[in-house]
Design a protein around this ligand. Structure first.
Ligand code: HPA
Length: 280
C-alpha cells in the first residue's frame, strides 16, 4: 500500500521545485476557506497546479482551488497551498498529508495552518479567530500508520507540543498590535463530511475541544513527524450543531469565512515576518 509512496513524494517535490523555478520557501502556509484575500496580496513568483504533479491528490470540493503559490509575504519566501485535500473526499490518509510533506521536502521549516471550524463552546463568538493550542485527533486515521518513513522522521514522534508556544505568542502579539480579537482553543478533527449531531457537539466540548473541523490536525502530525515548527489559526465560522438554532450548511461556513477574510489575512500577513525572525 505504501509501496512507492516515498518515491512519489520525491517526484512531486522535484517537479514542484522545477515548475517554481527552484524557489526556496522558508515557510509553508495552508489556506483554509475564506483566506483567498491573502493570496491576492502575496507577491507571487510562480503558481504550480496540483494536476501538473504526477500522482498528486487533486481536490473535488467546490470553492477549493488546487495549486501551490510560491512567492513572498512581508519579504519571507513562502509556499502556499491554495486548496487542500480532505479525507472525506475518499483519498487515502497518506495522500491527504502528501501536499504538506512536499512543502517540508521543498525546504519549508515552519508550517502555518488555517481552517474554518465550528465552535463547541456556547460562549464562543462567531465569526471569530482562534489560535490552536492543541488538538484531538482520535476517531480519525493517523497519517503515520503504515511502514515508518525513516527518511522523514521517527516511528513514534512526540506530540507534547505540536503547536509551537513561541509562534502562538507571536500570533497573539501580532493580533494585539492590529486590535484583532484572538482566543486560544483546542481543535478537534473529525472526518466529516456530515456536520456533527448536537450530541456529538456536546460530547466534543466535554472532551475538552473548543472547535471542530475536518482538516488540519493530520497535517500538523505529519509536519511534526518531519520536525517542522507548526502553528494554526481557526476561523470559527459557526456555532456547532445544536448550539446553532438552525441547520448548518457549507454555504454558511464559506460566507462567514469570507466575512472574516480581510481580518484573517491581515493577521497572517503581519505574523509571518515576525515568525520568520524567530530562530529555529
Ligand atoms: N463542523 C465541522 N467542520 C466545520 C464546521 C462545523 O460546524 N464549521 C466549519 N467547518
Amino acid at each position: 500500500m505504501m509501496e512507492g509512496y516515498y518515491e512519489k513524494l520525491l517526484r512531486c517535490r522535484d517537479k514542484a521545485a522545477d515548475l517554481s523555478g527552484g524557489f526556496q520557501p522558508r515557510l509553508a502556509l495552508i489556506l483554509g476557506s475564506g483566506l483567498a484575500p491573502l493570496a491576492e496580496t502575496m507577491d507571487v513568483r510562480a503558481a504550480v497546479d496540483y494536476k501538473d504533479l504526477p500522482g498528486f491528490p487533486v481536490s473535488t470540493v467546490p470553492g477549493h482551488q488546487g495549486r501551490y503559490l510560491f512567492g513572498y509575504i512581508g519579504g519571507v519566501p513562502v509556499v502556499c497551498m491554495q486548496g487542500r485535500v480532505h479525507y472525506y473526499e475518499g483519498f487515502d490518509i497518506h495522500d491527504v498529508v502528501l501536499p504538506t510533506r512536499v512543502m517540508g521536502l521543498l525546504g519549508a521549516k515552519t508550517l502555518f495552518l488555517t481552517n474554518a471550524a465550528g465552535g463547541l463552546d456556547p460562549e464562543m463568538e462567531t465569526p471569530s479567530l482562534m489560535v490552536i493550542t492543541d488538538h484531538i485527533m482520535i476517531n480519525y486515521p493517523n497519517p503515520l500508520i503504515g511502514p515508518n518513513l525513516d527518511e522523514l522522521g521517527p516511528r513514534f514522534p512526540d506530540m507534547s507540543a505540536v503547536y509551537d508556544p513561541t509562534l502562538r505568542q507571536t500570533l497573539h502579539d501580532t493580533a494585539d498590535s492590529l486590535s484583532i480579537p484572538l482566543t486560544d482553543g483546542i481543535y478537534v478533527q473529525l472526518t466529516g463530511p456530515s456536520f456533527e449531531t448536537p450530541t456529538e457537539v456536546r460530547l466534543l466540548g466535554r472532551m475538552g475541544g473548543s472547535a471542530v473541523g475536518m482538516s488540519t490536525a493530520c497535517e500538523a502530525v505529519a509536519a511534526r513527524h518531519m520536525g517542522l515548527r507548526v502553528c494554526g489559526v481557526s476561523c470559527i465560522t459557526n456555532k456547532g450543531a445544536g448550539i446553532a438554532q438552525h441547520a448548518l450548511t457549507h454555504e454558511e461556513v464559506v460566507e462567514a469565512g469570507n466575512l472574516m477574510g480581510e481580518r484573517f489575512s491581515a493577521l497572517v500577513r503581519a505574523a509571518i515576518p515576525a515568525m520568520d525572525k524567530i530562530p529555529l
